[in-house]
Design a protein around this ligand. Sequence first.
Ligand code: ATP
Length: 571
Amino acid sequence: MTFKRFAEYLARIEAESGRLEIIRMLSELFSELSPEELPKAVLLLTGRVAPEFLGLEFGVAEKEAAKALALALGADEGEVWKRVREVGDLGRVAEELLPEREGGIPLLEVYQELLALAQDSGPGSQLRKRERLAALLKRASPLEAVYILRIVTGRLRLGVGEATILEALAQAVLGDRGKRPLLERAYNLTSDLAYVAELALKGEEALAQVQVQVGKPIRMMLAERLPSPEMIMKKLGRHIAEYKYDGERIQVHYDGERFWIYSRRIENITHQYPDLLEAFREHLKKPYILEAEAVVHDPVTGEPLPFQYVLNRKVKHLTEALMERYPVRAYVFELLYLDGEPLLDLPLVERRKRLESFVPPSERFEPSTARWIETVEELEAFYEEALEVGDEGLMCKKPDGNYEAGKRGFKWVKFKRAAGGRLADTLDVVVVGAWWGRGRRSGTYGSLLVATYNPEEDRFETVSKVGSGFTDEDLQKILPQRLDPLRREEPSPRVWALLEPDVWFEPGLVIEVEAQEITLSPNHTCAYGKVKEGRGLALRFPRFLRYRDDKKPEEATTSQEVVELYRMQWK
Ligand code: ATP
């Protein structure tokens, strides 16, 4: 396929808002691609040339890309940039200035060029990247240039999520979009869409057999919530409860030689914990994949400090001094692979046994504190104990539960309480729109339209307008900085809203909010019609708490969770 044909598909997909129609178009596109092209096209659809966990970025700012365009056109850089400022979209300027061309560049060739561009680094790379991009643009037709530029500058906004890509792949390759779970399983185990596309081409058997691989992040299993110890006992019966530590969740991979540490967002954060790795290297000799919570402790008192302290380690150059100031300890709660054997499908008790015999307590890490719980009283007492030693609460786990990669379910239930009669837990919501402020807030975003995620439909459903809890700095600096690059003319096709904010955003920024109550509302689309015909669910008196940069929009609170929270209020 030529990149031109691919770009025509992208343009059609971008203009479409119906999810089923998008799946149909994607599946038509996938059917037209050769087996060699398909995995690369799937990556390009996500705006990348390699799976996200490899962290391969283009490193081309919009201004640099404009210089490349000027070079391709033999035009003046200043003039091109001026035009970009006027039009507000570099792609459109390229479309306007480049001459139409017959044919098109082969998709594989564009992919190779973009890959080479992303891989180039070090001294002089900026200039080399500019020249490579200019050479590509020189050969490109206007529509090809639009998408090449959007991809390299990180502005490809097709409104297509991973779940939708997987569903279209199921349709195109397996002939049935209902087979998405097969692909989803492979994706949850490897976090690698291109690899899943390759496997799908080999057939269902190959997909069903895929196993975890050391080095490729496993999408993390998540917990549900229940409001009271009584309900937790009712749901789980006799179970294993563990301290719930308030740090950063890490997934550590070791292949006998190399280490990788992945975050909740499947980012490679190996560089953030050299001290931990040293300890792991010293004590754990066989290849493994484990999960732990990395918690910063007060260097003087040894007390655990809240999650925010871990952020101090998220710097480009982590120095010895910073590591000493923010020492971490890891509490290991999962062993998912050991010495050639995947352990995900074993019951928790079995995994826990192996974990305890493989992971000795040491000065930098230890197995999470766990206890068998049989009664409500025991659960309460263990919860109090967790709070006393400075942890957040408990994680209650079903003893026979397997590890369900990428899923949130009742095999793990979190138990924490909030003060003052507020909801038992906070919500993580995605900003999809905003209204301009008035009075003292004029010129800034006065309130935000926020949404929950509906994974079945792969869409964001609005749940509230949030205007309080923001500091002046949030309003004047932080929010514009983070939201302006996400602005779009129309709502994203993945957003379902009944309200009309002044500004729409690509779903990108996740924030944590607390609220007093969940109510029925005709204005919001969260779980619309699920609890009551013609009504969605909405937050009452919502308040901004903090930014959740560790979460992708698809990891926000789901609409189904809000239904559960709504029902819990009456229990
Ligand atoms: P979620 O998306 O599940 O709401 P969150 O980041 O908002 O995640 P919580 O809901 O408070 O966090 O709790 C889940 C997190 O608790 C896990 O992702 C993990 O990082 C952390 N955690 C701490 N201790 C444990 C433990 N013993 N077992 C499992 N997870 C634990």
